[in-house]
Design a binder for this molecule. Sequence first.
Ligand code: ADP
Ligand code: MG
Length: 714
Amino acid sequence: MPAPPTATSTDSARLPLAGLSGVGARTAEKLAARGLVTLQDLWLQLPRQYEDRTRIAPIRGLQPGRPVQVEGVVEAVERGFRYRPMLRVALGDDSRATLVLRFFHFRPAQVAQFRVGARVRCYGTPRPGQHGLEIVHPSYRVLGGDEPAGLGDSLDPVYPQVEGVGTATMRRLIAQALERLPGDAALELLPAEVAAARGLPTLREALLTVHRPPPEADLQALLAGTHPAQRRLALEELLAHHLSLRRQRIALQRHGARPFDVPGALAGRLCDALPFALTAAQRRVFEQVRDDLGRPVPMLRLVQGDVGSGKTVVAALAALLAVEAGAQVALMAPTELLAEQHLVNFRAWLEPLGVRVGWLAGKVGGRARTRTLAQIAAGEVQVVVGTHALMQEGVQFSTLGLAIVDEQHRFGVHQRLALRDKGATGGRVPHQLVMTATPIPRTLAMTAYADLDVSAIDELPPGRAPVRTVVLSAERRPELIERIRGACAEGRQAYWVCTLIDEDATRPSPATRGGPPGDVVAQAAQSTFEALGKALPELRVGLVHGRMKPADKQLAMRRFKEGGIDLLVATTVIEVGVDVPNASLMIIENAERLGLSQLHQLRGRVGRGSAASSCVLLYQPPLSQMARQRLATMRATGDGFVIAQKDLELRGPGELLGTRQTGLAAFRLADLARDADLLPAVHAIGEQLLAGAPRVADRLIERWIGGAARYAAA
Ligand code: ADP
Ligand code: MG
């Protein structure tokens, strides 16, 4: 750790919480379990929300979902025991409307408090109930007699819950910690002009304001997260995260990598053999990759390209540079279906050039696995295609020089790092090429992927007709039978996607692995498959879902690709990467349940050939507001960037990116969508600090991310 500028800042910042009054060993332990160990941790334990108790809202006109403070007189009390104990209290006020307070857990003393005629002030979020709006478990206070109870004159901070430490205790502890906040000189890490130039307060002022907003503070701005004090903190937090990712990159690039300084003869031969010419965008991105690969530092490059933009062939060309230089290549895909498709492509493209392509997936076992592992270890296979299985223990490469990760949004950043570590030998690490079809706005990419260089294949191969998208209520399902019949009569193929929930069994989340949901979808797919088979007896109907054996799945896919199946009934297992250019009709059931990026991916399975394609989004009414907007967006545009932007607005970046797949840890306060305008400054200041004041950079990372920063280990 670099020396701090003054003793005071460290002294109080690092002070253990046991020094605060009211913190015994047990409380300290509970706080520590949430990473709250020092005073500084409490300073940065920022309110997630505020409760506005400065006013009382009339009951008439309450909006569901919006938290409010209400005051009224108890009109009726009802205790019920139908299924479980329940207490309902009807409150009325001068607006002559009634609100129900509902409790499921309560003590006899509480019941006694709610006498008809008693005056109650409460705070909570009204929701639609059986008899109008109700608040479940409000925080409340029974007011005594006629004595007027004053209103608060500031917002009350709501802190993230810490198990075993109550709301009031948390507020008291943080208030105590703030008493010991040092002066600006000891606390400030950013150059003074950074905040001043933007009209933002110092860190000290900002912390005091967000924890205890003064009465004159702009309440609306605080509630919206746009108050200058919050922006000051967001700026510093974003900066810390940006620096942390840049640090990881710098640390990694301190290792050398093997430069592939080759003429590119193999890549040239593949280009000559392809039945199409590369697009200008593919050529440009390949040149960038080639440039990186020619250097003795590891490439860290993300290739973004909309679905169908032709990322695979760029990956194959990159692989050939490595092979020509005598190194091995690993290509990892998130699903077996996609990995197997890559295997087919890579074999077709590379084997005629004398390159040996191997296969390693979870289901490869027994003797085949032992043999493959031996060939990989001996360097006899030059390119290995597979799934997560590539990262398992026991997989030992001879000279891994390039790791390619496809559809990287499906992997966690840790998995990417693990594959990289496979190839670390003699202080050198493999080059990394990661590909994604989730296009994200540029400034966002610069933050979320600050450890990577980003290239974009921003052009589709010529001759692609845009996919016509229609949105239909599920009642009109029967009409689709004719539509499918028509398309297949012209020699085209169709997908029918059953989507209740995501069921990709290879996704590394326990929530989606195994268990009943996948079975439910598999069953839905099975019965749809049978129904469509009956309705369309002249067609060859196939089925693929996550509960089938991998070999059966692959057989169905292969037959579909070869044209032996006209209509493929599938689940979302076909979401990523599947490429059957002759398919021109895609029907997605329960489209209202899917997110925009998933819909875009699924729709990307058609429109890959020159035939006019269409996509039908079937929905189950009634549609929520969000679902309506998503479907309207899908109908309005096929542009992945526009869709990603809309997704960002609708869902926020947390969900769009998922913290799993970026290097970003969860933010305390910053919000990439709301604070996007700060990002250019974050990048500029970040580069300045790395170049001129690396110790300050370290301290910022330590302050905001602390032990979570993994850069030291990279
Ligand atoms: P994605 O970027 O979604 O991974 P793919 O690499 O699967 O896209 O490519 C989609 C389809 O386009 C494939 O059938 C591929 O062979 C084809 N393709 C790739 N590049 C070109 C090109 N320059 N011209 C015509 N077709 C191409
Ligand atoms: Mg792809």
